[in-house]
Design a protein around this ligand. Structure first.
Ligand code: ATP
Ligand code: MG
Length: 323
């Protein structure tokens, strides 16, 4: 692939760049990662979508070679962790959640510092600096000290630093955290441009809109496990035509008559809520309220889920993505 400094057979092909099997990471008795299987193809942006504590950052830290793991196998570009950690590091661009910049230095000076760490010098370095500044739209601010940048601009420079050595895979851990809503769209556009440069990315977020917009496939993660991984369109199909969540009095005795309703396909109970998959949401809402009325069941809550990744997560876990 153009720009790669890796000459392994896997990198010359369109095979999967990242292959994770049975990954386990423990902190004491707690499993932060509990048997994760994931693959990322060349040219793919994979999203890791999950709430606080899901295990997203831990997965990224293990892939970045910053953290050890307890079980499983990890292969990146055909190299194995932990054995080939030093070679793997050179193939990765890492965008940490925390900004790692020197405020008194200019954008160019910061990038020059990071480029040298990757062994870039002279013209090769200055060409790469100019290119990555262009990608993140900071060429006209390159000479200004970073302390004069807005928060969004500092995030963009942080991302630019990860691209200097033309990494095969870029790992972005919640790059939108702390970015105000106005800058968000602009930053998303810059991430899309980064994609054109580096092709393959893993992107963690707890924001479904970002995941749906940026990612080819989304892995829904909770409690250290991957609950589902697919394209957004396929994940939405898990909801069928619609899902309704119902909490009512005498709930246990309501399950059987609800299952008999014409528009109800299936139902189960989770966290005290009946999760009802339906063929037609409007018709089902009418049938359900009518049935509750007939049986004198008081409705505590009745919610038709929007067809989005947030609802898929709610449907899979019974919990909200947001805190
Ligand atoms: N250094 C650590 N020591 C002990 N426990 C840890 C450590 N790092 C993470 N954990 C635990 O591992 C689990 C997964 O944490 P992780 O940071 O990977 O979640 P996350 O999905 O990135 O969450 P967030 O959205 O809050 O960033 C949590 O239960 C967390 O408390
Ligand atoms: Mg995290």
């Amino acid at each position: 692939m153009a720009g790669s400094d890796c000459s392994c057979a896997e990198c010359a092909s369109d095979e999967c760049l990242v292959e994770i099997r049975g990954l386990v990471k423990r902190y004491g008795s707690r499993k932060a990662i509990d048997g994760v299987d994931l693959t990322v193809q060349q040219g793919e942006v994979l999203g890791l979508l999950g709430p606080n504590g899901a295990g997203k950052s831990t997965t990224m830290a293990v892939l970045s070679t910053l953290t050890s793991f307890d079980a499983g196998t990890i292969s990146l570009c055909g190299l194995r962790l932990p054995r080939d950690a030093a070679r793997v590091k050179r193939l990765l661009g890492i965008v940490p959640q925390e900004l790692a910049l020197y405020p008194s230095l200019s954008g160019t000076q910061n990038l020059s510092f990071f480029g040298r760490i990757y062994g870039l010098r002279g013209r090769a370095l200055s060409e790469r600096i100019a290119r990555v500044l262009e990608i993140v739209g900071l060429s006209n601010r390159a000479r200004d000290p970073v302390r004069s940048y807005s928060g969004g601009m500092q995030r963009r420079l942080n991302m630019a630093a990860s691209l200097l050595h033309r990494p095969r895979i870029v790992l972005l851990d919640e790059p939108m955290v702390g970015v105000d809503p106005q800058s968000r769209n602009l930053l998303l556009e810059h991430i899309e441009r980064m994609r054109a440069e580096c092709h393959t990315m893993i992107y963690t977020t707890h924001n479904m809109d970002e995941a749906a917009r940026l990612c080819d496939r989304v892995a829904i993660m909770d409690g250290g496990r991957i609950l589902a991984v697919d394209t957004t369109a396929e994940l939405l199909k898990l909801l069928g035509s619609g899902v309704i969540h119902l909490a009512c009095s005498g709930q246990e005795s309501m399950a059987a008559p609800l299952a008999e309703l014409e528009s109800v396909r299936s139902l189960d109970t989770s966290d005290g809520v009946l999760r009802i998959r339906v063929s037609d949401t409007q018709a089902a809402l009418l049938e359900i309220t009518r049935l509750c009325h007939e049986r004198s069941a008081t409705i505590h809550s009745l919610e038709a889920l929007e067809p989005n990744l947030e609802s898929v997560f709610l449907h899979l876990t019974g919990k909200s993505l947001r805190d």
